[in-house]
Ligand binder design. Sequence first.
Ligand code: GUN
Length: 292
Amino acid sequence: MPAKIISGTEIASRIREEIKEDAASLMEQHGIAPGLATIIVGRNPASVSYVTAKQKTAKDLGFYSVQEDLPEDVTEERLLEIIEKYNNDPKIHGILVQLPLPKQINENRVLYAIDPDKDVDGFHPTNVGRLMIGEARFYPCTPYGIQHLLMRSGVQIDGAEVVIVGRSNIVGKPIAMMLAQKAKGANATVTLCHTGTRDLAFHTKRADILIVAAGRPKAITADMVKEGAVVIDVGVNRIGMTPEGKAKLCGDVDFDGVKEKASAITPVPGGVGPMTITMLMLNTIQAAKLTI
Ligand code: GUN
């Protein structure tokens, strides 16, 4: 039987309604509008499209939001000054610097400069460390979105064999840490695969839940997936343009083949992507509440 399609678009839209209500009561009870500052360096089309979507969502939810568009050749000092300005701005509760950054800028130095209480990406070492010991303040948005997708789709995570493909700091490593915690929506047995993994299919075929963030189109084919597995595709690969001039996207999973074998699967687009943006909003409202 073909897999159930897990719609991130639908689940995200339900969560956004909850966030909207939460934001309205924050305003009513404390006079606070959650404030988000997004900073983008250069005009990388994928980054521009992500940041535009983040800003639009923030505005739709009634957040206060500002955007800094910096030139590709901006100096690290200038970027750090801007971060400091928002660290000290009481109207701003969350700061997001879109990655990747151009090579003249030391990415870690920039991420370390963000006030950990405003680090709505959850990338500051303090927040990474807190997550590691089960004391998270902010969960990184994509892993957080994946966990919500699984929980809200009724997928059994407790005791499941979870296999993750990709060990990035943004997705692979944090989702591995989150799902291995002894906590609700977690308590899984986690295997983290990467480019050094000797026999990738050996591991992926054991997965009850397969999470793919490999950064390569169709890295996972049907023969690598167990019958009845739940497959979460984090990949966003640009494979040309539609006749309307929009980017044509595909994931890291061979969707057409794998959907015949999996019990549930996320599409690209419309799977993890909308959840990532929604979790950023959830983190921003959480950051605003830290100031009460
Ligand atoms: N680039 C790709 N994903 C992300 C993300 O979640 N946050 C930021 N800041 N940059 C990204």
